[in-house]
Design a protein around this ligand. Structure first.
Ligand SMILES: Cc1cc2nc3c(=O)[nH]c(=O)nc-3n(C[C@H](O)[C@H](O)[C@H](O)COP(=O)(O)OP(=O)(O)OC[C@H]3O[C@@H](n4cnc5c(N)ncnc54)[C@H](O)[C@@H]3O)c2cc1C
Ligand code: FES
Length: 299
């Protein structure tokens, strides 16, 4: 998938990193065939975390009393200052997440890390998420819904089984969530574009947030040109330290990126178009697949 957008650093956030070295998960449960949800009691982290930020997490191997692997970046999917609880949701990919699933009796978590989303205080926010990008958007969506801001969260996934549009993740924002699937064709970006144009052309959203898919980022940037609104995209990158030391997460070698680090200047960046894309939205999306976030229903 070619990219038709460039990324730009947003103004930095102040950083105050906390390390909780011996956290026993309050909850560690499978929420669908691919994803697990972990809840930690970490009051300082819960107070400090903002949507779009992430934790560097790893599990202790209690038999050898060692941290099993380098920590892995995981977006905060919920944080509640009153209860002191912080959630993240992970998909088992390789060694680190396999060990997390097997040995997560005691977790080490550092955070909150990175620069997250700028959330508007009013208007409508359109969010496009897929796969491991969903947890960070779910946190933003729940904060916005709680503040009375209208949200339309498009949750894209391969099929219903792998969708993260579940109560445990999207919570309050469930009423604003529209699920689209590869298995029934509803996630097709051109079809989605037509549906979103029909829904928002009259009154466009204030901003678009994207996480988890380059195809969706391309779509968001096309829509942002059409509606003349900003896009913020959370970028996924391999990370060894997550704190700006190893320089393993340089965003891109492109001249306009100037060696930005995803863990430090990101993971959220502003996205804008490099060149117009020659694609036309599908003209007549079926009525049954309309996007109606005001009276949201799963399609
Ligand atoms: C900001 C951000 C937020 C994310 N949020 C989520 C989320 O909410 N849920 C989710 O499921 N996933 C999330 N991811 C992706 C998640 O971090 C990866 O899926 C996870 O790291 C995979 O780890 P693994 O060990 O299972 O996979 P592997 O592919 O086996 O491990 C690869 C990772 O291991 C690390 N690594 C191992 N050895 C080295 C080494 N020698 N040098 C450098 N790096 C090394 C790197 O971090 C690399 O990315 C996020 C990623 C980012 C950047
Ligand atoms: S992961 Fe080490 S500098 Fe970003």
């Amino acid at each position: 998938m070619s990219e038709h957008y460039r990324l730009k650093t947003l103004p930095a956030w102040p950083r105050h990193v906390l390390l909780d070295d011996r956290l026993a998960p309050v909850r560690h449960q499978q929420i669908n065939p691919q994803y697990r949800l972990v809840t930690l009691h970490a009051p300082e982290l819960a107070r400090a975390a903002r949507p779009g930020q992430f934790l560097m997490v790893t599990a202790w191997d209690l038999s050898s009393r060692q941290l099993t692997v380098l920590p892995r970046p995981m977006a905060v999917s919920a944080a509640d200052a009153d209860s002191g609880l912080v959630d993240f949701v992970y998909r088992i990919i390789g060694r680190g997440t396999r060990l997390m699933a097997a040995e997560a009796e005691t977790i080490s978590a550092a955070g909150p890390l990175g620069r997250g989303y700028d959330l508007p205080g009013a208007g409508h926010v359109l969010m496009l998420g897929r796969g491991v990008g969903m947890p960070s958007l779910a946190f933003a969506a729940n904060r916005l819904v709680a503040a009375g801001v209208d949200v339309c969260l498009i949750a894209s996934s391969r099929d219903a089984e792998s969708s993260l549009a579940v109560t445990e993740v999207v919570g309050n924002a469930l009423d604003s969530t529209v699920r689209v699937l590869d298995s029934d064709g509803t996630s097709d970006p051109l079809l989605l574009e037509s549906r979103l144009c029909r829904r928002f052309d009259a009154v466009p959203p204030a901003t678009i947030l994207v996480c988890g898919s380059r195809r969706l980022t391309n779509l968001a940037v096309r829509l942002s040109q059409r509606w003349n609104i900003p896009v913020q995209v959370s970028v996924e990158q391999k990370m060894a330290c997550g704190m700006g030391y190893c320089h393993g997460c340089v965003l891109d070698a492109r001249p306009d990126c100037d060696g930005d680090l995803v863990c430090l200047q990101g993971p959220v960046f502003a996205a804008s178009a490099t060149a117009p894309e020659v694609v036309q939205p599908r003209p007549n999306p079926p009525e049954a697949h309309s996007v109606d976030c005001a009276h949201a229903r799963v399609v």
